[in-house]
Design a binder for this molecule. Structure first.
Ligand SMILES: *Cc1c(COP(=O)(O)O)cnc(C)c1O
Length: 463
């Protein structure tokens, strides 16, 4: 039947008519969604007709618009990127990458029921932390340990359990802000305890703590100054001294370690960092640390130390609001198991493998990549530069680790060209994230392991 040419509304195809041609789309996006989008497309057409504009009415055009609408809002969740920033444990880039064994452990339980809180021996209700607690005890030397959502939660929970309505002295040199969302004084306040600042920014002495302790003091707290360092005329009170003082006054010493390190970094040729077992050995009653910083595991916070204190922390009703899920615990258990095999650990744990990669290997990688990049990046000068990277996430901020970078400088020297170059690398299927520094884009190669994949997407874009 001929459509009425004089009435433009009548020339519009019907939703059903269009829907019949959209088998592939309904298969992919679902019939309801496709029909809703078709309605919206036709609605747009009617509005255009009503406004008196010339309107293209073909089914093909409607279909193109349909595809645009279906695709919009289809941005995936987090996608992998190449972290060439030089910061190995980068909070904005998701911190630690998990070892393959942990990824497999997550995949095994993610889509199915598992014995998270079920004791397979007795057939009764179990404890979700049973999967990791004995490993944590073994690796930290603690009597007991518990796991929460992240280290900020660990600090909050410990203080809310042991010090609500009471005082906690902390050195003024340790009242740190980490990232833009964790400020020690604010977390302390929210936990319900009262922060008592002692000492000065650069110097705190044992007598400062002694003078601050009274009947209202709940515990002593020492905070790792993670992301900054006080240098020069400084004094801090050691954990050993604080532990002695706390014991004399019969109150616990809690140490927030920030990055939870479980191995001797100095022995690996890395800047020294106190391990959880060191600090517990010096007399701390509880330590808290992150799972996804130097530990190299999933996001979580670990509380380890005296059994009676850990038991109190576990009984706090807030614990339930901060507990980790099955995927986190599955990943953490695998990562901790790796720590029992030091040789496998260095090979398989991405964080430690990347941090200990020799500079000679990075230089050889740079030599291989430079000509290949030069062939695909026009109007860009590429040089190989020695540079310094960071561990990241607040760990050891001053002790940079030597690395090698490709320095990409637009031939024009224009800032606009530099930003366009950085944007085009970010626009690749697996975005490449470098660092802009001194009029160039620096690609630090310490974290580049997938050399073939990196080159493939540069050399054949669109494939
Ligand atoms: C990183 C850090 C935190 C916060 O840990 P998250 O795991 O990011 O919650 C707390 N305290 C210190 C000292 C830190 O370095």
């Amino acid at each position: 039947m001929l459509k009425d040419a004089s009435n433009p509304y009548r020339q519009l195809p019907s939703v059903d008519e269009l829907l019949r041609r959209c088998d592939a789309e309904t298969e992919r996006w679902g019939r309801t969604r496709v029909r809703d989008c078709l309605r919206a497309v036709l609605e747009d057409r009617r509005r255009e007709i009503a406004s008196g504009r010339e309107v293209e009415l073909s089914a093909e055009i409607c279909r193109e618009e349909l595809l645009a609408r279906l695709g919009a809002g289809e941005r995936p969740g987090p996608v992998p990127v190449y972290n060439l920033t030089g910061t190995v444990v980068h909070t904005n880039l998701g911190r630690a990458g998990l070892p393959a064994s942990a990824v497999e452990a997550v995949a095994r339980v993610a889509g199915t029921a598992c014995n998270l809180e079920f004791d397979l021996d007795t057939g009764e209700r179990g404890d979700r932390e049973s999967h990791v607690e004995s490993l944590l005890r073994e690796l930290t030397g603690a009597e007991a340990a518990t796991v929460v959502n992240n280290n900020a939660a660990a600090v909050l929970l410990v203080l809310n359990t042991l010090a609500p309505g009471r005082e906690v002295p902390v050195s003024r040199g340790e009242l740190v802000e980490i990232g833009d969302s964790f400020r020690m004084p604010e977390v302390m306040q929210r936990s319900g305890c009262t922060l008592v600042e002692v000492g000065s920014t650069n110097r705190t002495h044992p007598r400062d703590y002694e003078n601050a302790i009274n009947d209202d003091t709940a515990l002593l707290m020492k905070v790792h100054t993670s992301n900054y360092r006080v240098a020069g005329f400084t004094a801090a009170v050691s954990e050993t001294q604080l532990a002695r003082l706390a014991a004399e006054r019969d109150i616990p010493l809690v140490c927030d370690l920030g990055s939870g390190c479980l191995v001797d970094f100095a022995a690996l040729g890395l800047p020294a960092e106190p391990t959880a077992s060191d600090v517990l050995g010096r007399g701390a009653d509880l330590v808290t640390f992150s799972g996804d910083k130097l530990l190299g595991g999933p996001q979580c916070g670990i509380i380890a130390g005296r059994a009676d204190l850990v038991a109190r922390v576990r009984r706090n009703p807030l614990k339930r609001t901060l507990r980790p899920d099955k995927m986190t615990l599955a990943a953490l258990a695998e990562v901790l198991r790796l720590y029992r095999h030091p040789e496998r650990l260095l090979r398989e744990l991405p964080t430690l493998r990347l941090l200990t990669r020799p500079v000679s290997e990075l230089r050889a990688l740079a030599e291989r990549l430079r000509p290949r990049l030069a062939a695909v990046l026009t109007d860009v000068e590429i040089s190989i530069e020695a540079c310094r990277g960071q561990i990241g996430s607040g760990a050891l901020p001053v002790e940079n680790i030597p690395s090698v970078a490709l320095r990409l400088a637009p031939a024009s020297g224009e800032d606009r060209a530099l930003r366009a170059l950085a944007r085009s690398l970010r626009g690749l299927p697996t975005p490449v994230i470098g660092r802009i520094h001194k009029a160039a884009l620096w690609l630090d190669l310490r974290c580049l392991e997938d050399e073939a994949g990196f080159l493939a997407q540069l050399e054949s874009p669109g494939s």
